[in-house]
Write a protein that binds this ligand. Structure first.
Ligand code: ADP
Ligand code: MG
Length: 253
């Protein structure tokens, strides 16, 4: 069956320019994200991964190129007020360092995007109940982030990212601060969520094991997409490691 394209990245470039420096962080990259697809972006440090996520989340503007979301061309989306609205309606962010508000309870942190959207209080509680169940934190709703483990805090961040049911989740090293077992739990939640809610995910990682949870891996090097891998559930880890090794060797040439 043909999958539905949700996001198209068209010839995207980003140049950071300042006094005495010019960095080409993204060099004319193009790819498509499908509905319910998880793409892992793997690459060496400085290869442009975070720059890509920032642009996809309209936190930064590309130098050239465009993004199409649901088929709509959105060239103006990087300017305010469009950028904020685009983020609010389309994007859920998950970061390595959780970014929770420490003075709010778990349920208040999770409800925040709905409060900011101006949703009525009576409609917020059932939504919070729904996502808090999905991430398995029913018994922790009145706790503060500091009372939770790293894995539990990341679950709160995931619940917060999905509560508005955004079509796209952008995750920058979401398991970077977690141990192996906790990482697996978090990645399984992301996979479940993608399957249950048809969300599309772009996940940045430098960890081949994390990349095996994705449907497809894009390999970044020096601002380019230099390779791609479709996960098959067979020997994925070995194949991804092999491809990544080739890229890191390129760097030392
Ligand atoms: P990654 O996330 O893959 O480590 P980044 O996207 O953060 O890479 O960075 C890509 C390149 O752009 C690097 O060379 C980095 O130093 C540079 N860069 C990133 N942000 C800025 C900025 N705000 N100003 C200047 N250079 C930047
Ligand atoms: Mg980065």
């Amino acid at each position: 069956m043909d999958k539905k394209k949700i996001l198209a990245v068209n010839e995207l470039s980003k140049i950071y320019k300042g006094e005495g420096y010019k960095v080409e962080a993204l060099k004319n990259i193009s790819f498509k994200l499908e509905l319910g697809e998880m793409i892992a972006v793997m690459g060496t440090s400085g290869s442009g991964k975070s720059t890509l996520l920032n642009i996809l989340g309209a936190l930064d503007e590309p130098t050239a190129g465009s993004i199409e979301l649901n088929g709509n061309h959105t060239k103006e989306m990087f300017k305010e007020p469009h950028a904020s609205l685009y983020r609010r309606d389309n994007i859920g962010f998950i970061f390595q360092s959780f970014h929770l508000l420490k003075d709010l309870s778990v349920e208040e942190n999770i409800a925040l995007p709905l409060i900011l959207k101006g949703i009525h209080k009576d409609l917020i509680t059932p939504k919070v109940n729904q996502v808090i169940k999905l991430v398995g934190l029913m018994n922790w709703r009145k706790h503060r982030p500091i009372q939770l483990s790293g894995g539990q805090q990341q679950r709160v961040a995931i619940a917060r990212a999905i509560i508005t049911a955004p079509p796209i989740i952008l995750a920058d090293e979401p398991t970077g601060n977690l141990d192996f077992n906790t990482s697996s739990e978090i990645l399984n939640i992301l996979v479940d969520m993608k399957e249950q809610l048809s969300q599309s995910i772009i996940l940045v990682t430098h960890d081949a094991n994390v990349a095996t949870y994705a449907d497809r891996v894009l390999f970044f090097h020096d601002g380019n997409i230099v390779d791609e891998y479709k996960c098959e559930a067979n020997n994925d880890l070995e194949n991804i490691l092999e491809k990544f090794k080739l890229i890191t060797e390129r760097q030392t040439v």
